[in-house]
Design a protein around this ligand. Structure first.
Ligand code: FES
Length: 151
């Protein structure tokens, strides 16, 4: 999916093409496409009359923004200390093996994105894997199969 200028215009116009609204504009574009397509950043720079470097700088600075397409299922493996000591590395390795991608990547069919996070605040349940908004505690490599088949 690539950005379409009329959709971008409607977002940019909502903020009166104000350079001061750059972050809000990027948030809305990301909400629409699930990531920030590169051409959308070029277009925003042009419409707000600011440099590309500034727009790309903001887009890459905030962790909430992604310049790569994300999968429909977003899997976050907690690598915080409590989860790590309980074996989250093995869970991550099993997910990488099954999905045939590395952490930070998305499967070629656009189904899964695998990422690591530092402590999602449910340490007592560790190792924790969050699939979209859903928390899965006490994960083991064996449970990975049913996690992936549950959708
Ligand atoms: S370390 Fe994983 S939830 Fe806190």
């Amino acid at each position: 999916m690539t950005a379409n200028e009329s959709k971008l215009d409607s977002i940019i116009d909502e903020y009166n093409a104000e350079p001061g609204s750059l972050i809000s504009i990027l948030q809305d574009i990301q909400a629409k496409y699930n990531y920030l397509p590169e051409e959308s950043l070029e277009y925003v720079a042009q419409r707000l009359d600011i440099s590309r470097v500034q727009v790309f700088g903001v887009a890459t600075f905030f962790k909430a923004f992604s310049l790569k397409p994300k999968g429909k299922q977003q899997i976050h493996v907690c690598m915080g200390t409590a989860c790590h000591v309980r074996g989250s590395k093995k869970v991550l390795e099993e997910l990488e093996r099954k999905l045939e991608i590395k952490a930070g990547d998305t499967t070629a069919d656009g189904e899964y994105t695998l990422e690591t996070v530092n402590c999602v605040g449910a340490c007592a349940l560790g190792p924790v894997v969050v699939e979209n908004e859903e928390y899965h505690g006490e994960m083991t490599p064996i449970k990975v199969e049913s996690l992936l088949n549950s959708k």
